[in-house]
Design a binder for this molecule. Structure first.
Ligand SMILES: [Zn+2]
Length: 61
């Protein structure tokens, strides 16, 4: 996905140039399509915590 041809509604400049905060936010939003980062942080932390507890129980039993 490219944002080269998008024009910012805030500064009327190309979003790709990132002239204002709106541009940079839109550009960052367009380029953050990584599926590995779409999980909510809380879910990831809960999973890690569960894993640690399971490991601790396993080691102590
Ligand atoms: Zn802008």
């Amino acid at each position: 996905v490219s944002c080269e041809h998008l024009i910012c509604a805030h500064c009327s400049g190309p979003v790709a140039e990132g002239r204002c905060q709106m541009c940079r936010a839109a550009r960052a939003d367009l380029h953050s399509h990584g599926s590995s980062w779409s999980l909510p942080t809380a879910v990831v932390l809960a999973a890690l915590l569960t894993l640690l507890v399971a490991l601790a129980l396993h080691l102590h039993l």
